[in-house]
Each structure stands twice: as C-alpha cells, then as structure tokens.
Design a protein around this ligand. Structure first.
Ligand SMILES: [Cu+2]
Length: 367
C-alpha cells in the first residue's frame, strides 16, 4: 500500500514538473520552438546512443558478476558435461556476436547522425555483402543445430545396454512417488484404473502380476553412483515434468502414456556437498536462514544440500512444492537401504491396513 502511495506521489510530481516546463516554454515567446531536430539535437542523440551502449555493456558485466553464483554447479551425470558444453558454446557465440553488432549499431548511429550538410546516399543493394551476412549465420547455426541434434539423440537413446536400474517416477498433483522393480529389476504392470485407495494401492499396481510383488515403492529416491538408471515416467492426472536439474535431466510426464529418460549419476550426494559452488550456496542460504531464525520466522533451520526432483510444468496451485529428495550413494549404501525397504507384497498385498509405500525415516505415511 505504501509503495502505491509513493508511486502515485512520484507520478503526480512528475506531471507537475512537466506542466510547469510547458508553461515556462510558452512564456518564452522569443525562444525557438521548432519541432525539427537541429544539429545540436542530433549530436546529443548521438552521444545518448553511445551512453546507452555503455549502459548495456555495464549491466551485462554487472549481471555476470552479481548473478553467476545462481547457476547450477557442475553436472552430476555422465551426459551433463557435453550438454553444458553445448550450452556454453551457444551462449559464447551469442555473447560475442551481440557485443560486436551492438557496437556497430550504436557506432554507425552516432557516426551518421543527422547534419545539415549531409545527404543520404542511395544504395540499393550489394550482393556480396548480403551473401556474407547470410552464409555466416547459416554455417554457424547449421553447426550448432547438427551438434545439438547429435547430442540430443545420444542423450535420448534409452536402451537396456549395461544393465540399467529401472525406476518409475509417478507424478500426481502434487507429489512424486518412485518405484523400483525389486529383485528382478522388472516393474510390475500398473494402471491408474487399478488404483485402490482403500488398500492404499496408490500407484495402481496389478496385484495379479507376479512382477509387481517384489516392487518397492518409496517417497525418497536413492540411486547408486556410476550405474545407468532408466526412468519410466507416468502421470495420474495432468501434464507434469520430471526435472532433475543437477543431472541435466527433464522429461514430461503425460497421463495415459509412459515416457522415458536415462542417465548415469557420477557424483554421490556426499561428493557434491564438497563442491566449492555448493558449499558457497549452502553458506549463503544458511546466512539468510540465520537472519530468519533471529526474527523467529519459519524456514529458518540450517539447510543441507540435496539433489532434488522437481516438477517443471505448472500443474496446479501447489506445483511449486512438488518435489522429492534424491540421494546418490555408493552401491553398498544403496544395497543396504534397499534391503530395509518393504516390497509391494509385504505392504498392500499382505496387510490392507498398511500404506503401500515406504516413508523416509522419521516421517509417517499419509495420503
Ligand atoms: Cu506437477
């Protein structure tokens, strides 16, 4: 409310000054009152053009200096490095080209500003120039697109080579559930039509399918480092998007179909926590949280970095909070954790009173 008041006062003051200047101009009858720009006007505009260019360059440098820290840390998946390199090269080209073209645009605007004695030259076209400024972008863009397509097809080649771990990511408004294939690494059949809330069969697993009995349903995703993971995504209600930024992975979750994405995590959670960028981010976040704690506000307990699965499609009003923790650990740690989890047979199929999924330690199950 105060902001609106201040803004209205500022607007009124600006209008008052403008009106007073008008009155002042009208009272100066002898002053030149031409609407046609003279040499001085053109020169001033030329200088302003230069000033604007310097402003854009300075704000670019400022943004790099101030906001680079918000970029993601180094990729934690095998394909991530190439993805990042492609993005870096694209940005570098855009940056260099815009730096040069902005300079030329503003410099020529200044150099050929209006002058009384100047006459415009009639210059219809120049085939060679047009050829040059067409062929250079064509070559650069074709290179980037071909490289991008090659990277895309390599990343999106989801296959069963190298014994991948199969994990289902199940999206619904507004939470994620993950399912492992169990001992046989094969997911049992499932369909939204078979969801049985009374039995807490929340993923709609087919109880008669033998592959489903050893499936493990969890609310915290654990991945063994160095092993290829093949994700199979399903959605219960609307379009969601499984987004794992630190692994440079994203795939839409579409109701009625299964989508796939595959990657190999290369850094454990413990390792990424040692990354200088991550240490810095944790420090900054905890400084803010300490301030909040001092004021007695919420969200003030110290934060520890964790990989995260987010929803990246605006799927409803609690979309912002649709997330699941990801823990990347050694094969041994993963095996120990998996051994503690209950299978689908041990939960839903054995006892109707128990929930059909495992909950992280210290949390109680709820639907
Ligand atoms: Cu969502």
């Amino acid at each position: 409310m105060t902001t609106i008041l201040i803004l209205s006062v500022l607007a009124l003051v600006a209008i008052a000054i403008w009106q007073m200047t008008k009155i002042f101009e009208l009272s100066q009858l002898k002053a030149e009152n031409s609407q046609i720009a003279n040499d001085t006007d053109n020169k001033n505009n030329g200088y302003l053009l230069f000033a604007f260019m310097v402003f854009t360059y300075l704000i670019t440098i400022f943004s790099f200096w101030k906001y680079s820290k918000f970029l993601l840390p180094e990729a934690s998946s095998e394909h991530g490095a190439e993805y990042d390199y492609l993005l870096f090269v694209s940005f570098a080209i855009i940056f260099v080209v815009q730096f040069i073209t902005q300079f030329l645009l503003h410099y020529f605007g200044y150099k050929y500003r209006g002058k009384k004695e100047n006459k415009a030259l009639f210059y219809a076209d120049n085939d060679r120039l047009e050829f040059i400024w067409t062929i250079i972008p064509v070559i650069v863009l074709a290179g980037l697109i071909l490289w991008g397509l090659y990277t895309w097809t390599t990343i999106m080649d989801v296959n069963d080579e190298d014994d991948p771990l199969i994990v289902e990511l199940y999206a619904q408004q507004f939470n994620w559930t993950a399912r492992y294939g169990g001992e046989d690494n094969v997911l049992g059949a499932a369909n939204v039509r078979m969801i049985d809330i009374n039995k807490a069969n929340v993923l709609g697993l087919d109880e008669s399918d033998s592959y489903a009995t050893d499936d493990v349903i969890v609310k915290e995703l654990h991945l063994p480092v160095g092993r290829k993971i093949n994700f199979k995504m399903r959605s219960q209600d609307v379009l969601h998007s499984a987004y794992m930024p630190h692994f440079r992975a994203q795939m839409n979750c579409v109701p009625g179909m299964t989508t796939e994405f595959s990657f190999t995590p290369i850094k454990t959670t413990d390792q990424i926590r040692q990354d200088p960028d991550v240490i810095d981010k944790v420090k900054r976040t905890n400084a803010i949280r300490a301030e909040r704690a001092a004021k007695g506000e919420d969200n003030s307990d110290p934060w520890e970095f964790d990989y995260i699965l987010l929803c990246n499609k605006i799927c409803g009003k609690s979309h912002y909070n649709m997330q699941m923790k990801i823990i990347v650990e050694t094969q041994e740690e993963y095996d120990t954790w998996m051994a503690e989890q209950k299978t689908f047979a041990e939960t839903v199929m054995a006892d109707e009173a128990k929930p059909a999924f495992n909950t992280p330690k210290g949390e109680t199950a709820g639907l």
